[in-house]
Design a protein around this ligand. Structure first.
Ligand SMILES: [Zn+2]
Length: 148
């Protein structure tokens, strides 16, 4: 079948075409430039990461980094492997994805043998959501402090 040239190429097709041309090249710098172009083009145009069929906002990673700045895990107080947990998952309500009040800093560091994000945010299963995350986090924080 003839390719439809009126159709916009996908990022994969452009990257593949650039790599195909690069494969024909003799000049090393030319080949490297084309390969780099293919990589950058693909990175620039790759679809936003999806979770349960919902694309992440392009603003998410910057907002998350800013939110986590200077914070510690609400449960164990650790500062390693911090994540911003969504109280209401964004695939349930996308309007809350970038809502700071919907976020809780939790860790996945395994301090005290716990993955706080998995345990308290998701009750041990990433597909579950703990609707009592706030009270559970406080309970665990007190329990862990008493242990020290
Ligand atoms: Zn923690």
């Amino acid at each position: 079948m003839e390719p439809d040239i009126t159709q916009q190429p996908t990022a994969e097709e452009v990257a593949a075409a650039l790599l195909a041309v690069a494969a024909l090249g003799q000049d090393n710098r030319f080949v490297v430039t084309l390969r780099r172009l293919a990589y950058q083009f693909h990175k620039l145009h790759e679809p936003a990461p999806m979770l349960y069929g919902v694309a992440r906002s392009s603003k998410w990673s910057a907002l998350r980094d800013e939110f986590l700045e200077g914070k510690c895990c609400a449960s164990c107080g650790g500062t390693k492997s911090l994540v911003a947990h969504h109280r209401v998952p964004f695939h349930v309500d996308q309007s809350l994805e970038l809502e700071v009040d919907n976020l809780v800093p939790l860790c996945e560091a395994g301090k005290y043998g716990l993955n706080c994000h998995l345990l308290l945010g998701h009750l041990g299963n990433w597909r579950r959501v703990n609707v009592d995350v706030d009270s559970d986090v406080i309970r665990w924080a007190h329990a862990l402090m008493d242990e020290v």
